[in-house]
Design a protein around this ligand. Structure first.
Ligand code: ZN
Length: 134
């Protein structure tokens, strides 16, 4: 793993949370993107090396909606950047971690992503992400 790439935060409403995070971080959101396969609208902030990703559900029963129902708004996942996601998935699987998908999926922000089951990571949802070429 190269570094902590971003922290994902589940919010009820991007419209309500965007101005809050712009004030908090004193910098504008630089990108919003809908990821249909995950049922989320995302918004990204950059502070130095680190990014914050806000996640809003696009459906009433999506993963983010269900997360907020159970745990309220807040930190949803930690994302670590890797250079070779398939190799890293294989390594982690070999160490006994549970992957939530067998293949990397296309995520937001031009990334290939794979999540680890929080059951196998002390309750922390971990995302692996690799920058897509091009
Ligand atoms: Zn993420």
């Amino acid at each position: 793993m190269l570094k902590l790439e971003h922290i994902g935060i589940a919010v009820k409403s991007l419209e309500a949370s965007l101005p809050l995070f712009e004030k908090l971080l004193d910098s504008p959101c630089y990108k919003t993107e809908t990821v249909d396969s995950e049922g989320v609208n995302t918004a990204f902030f950059r502070k130095g090396e680190s990014k914050i990703e806000l996640l809003e559900s696009t459906t009433a029963d999506g993963v983010i909606a269900r997360f907020i129902e159970k745990k309220q708004e807040g930190i949803h996942h930690l994302a670590f950047e890797v250079t070779d996601i398939e190799a890293e998935m294989k390594r982690l699987q070999g160490e006994g971690f549970i992957l939530l998908s067998e293949k990397p999926k296309k995520g937001a922000d031009n990334k290939l992503v794979c999540f680890l089951h929080p059951k196998s990571t002390n309750g922390v949802l971990v995302e692996l992400c690799q920058e897509m070429p091009g």
